[in-house]
Design a protein around this ligand. Sequence first.
Ligand SMILES: [Zn+2]
Length: 279
Amino acid sequence: MPVINALAIDTEEWFHSELLGGQRPPIFQAPEATQQVLDLLDRYQTKGTFFIVGEVAERHPDLVRSIFERGHEIGCHGFSHHPLWKLSEDLFREELKRFHSTVEGILGKVSIKGFRAPSFSLDNRTKWALKVLIDYGYQYDASIFPVKLNPLYGVSGAPMQPYRISLEDVRKEDPHSPLMEFPFCPLKIGRLKIPISGGFYLRALPLPFLMWGLRKINRGQPFLVYFHPWEGYDRTPRFKLPLFNRVISYYGISSALKKFEFLLKHFKFARMDQILGLT
Ligand SMILES: [Zn+2]
């Protein structure tokens, strides 16, 4: 039996990335960019979890309807896409309130079980967010990136497969916690932990290495692929950015959708709530 892996589509605009430094010119492409991903998933009869940014839902209600009607899971990726470290507990409650009223206005009452923090911004500095998620009825979070490579995010020492997350220390398991955590799963080679299956890492790594690494992970557990629709859209505008930010933001965009399709062809995927047994 093939292992079933988790598929997360972070449904946001091309300008939501922190690396663009807050510039938000009014060029909206989320519907077209996401449509390409939806069509591919239909072609491979695959369902995934779409973590949607509230302001994208507000502007493009038809996109939300289309995602939902095709049988994908709707998850929350914040309202404004501000990382948790830019918010307070009260502002985060406001974000969730606006997200839920927006989605309810489009789809009616639907169960939203999963949250993904913008820029993987859940760590012990922002663990107050877990209590807020529980208050809003969330059953799982998917924001822990258990490798510290990037100055923006990463929680060294966190588990690398789903666990009940402690509200006191996000790196710890607590069997009594009401919230599951579905962390990102890196490739382990000896003591090295290498992120491979999402975002820049997926765009940058050569396909043969990616395939080898994903098969190696699958010998022990499922992996989690995350993909942003703008990463596979050839009309994503390119800003003049400092070199590091430019490479991380734009490297490999022209071939990313083909790579994503290759993964759909060679691995099995499902919605995150299904893998966690929450449906
Ligand atoms: Zn995002």
